[in-house]
Design a protein around this ligand. Structure first.
Ligand SMILES: [Zn+2]
Length: 73
């Protein structure tokens, strides 16, 4: 199933070094964490993209739903 937002790019800010890493929504849906180039592993949560809401709310909403479904409750 393809969503129109899959090709959009979001930035993940590393909490350790504050480097922004850009990934597509399609990539982010398939992973639950990213590894920063500083070596820190950043888990993806619905709050990881809070800073992106103003820019791409549709992509963020799509991704949050995907993360919510994947997350154990
Ligand atoms: Zn980092």
């Amino acid at each position: 199933m393809n969503d129109v937002s899959d090709g959009e790019t979001l930035e993940i800010i590393c909490p350790a070094c504050e480097t922004a890493t850009s990934k597509t929504v399609a990539w982010l849906k398939k992973h639950d964490r990213i590894k920063c180039r500083c070596g820190a592993v950043v888990p993806l949560t619905p709050h990881t993209f809070d800073h992106e809401i103003a820019k791409t709310s549709r992509a963020v909403d799509t991704l949050r739903r995907a993360i919510d479904k994947a997350a154990p409750h």
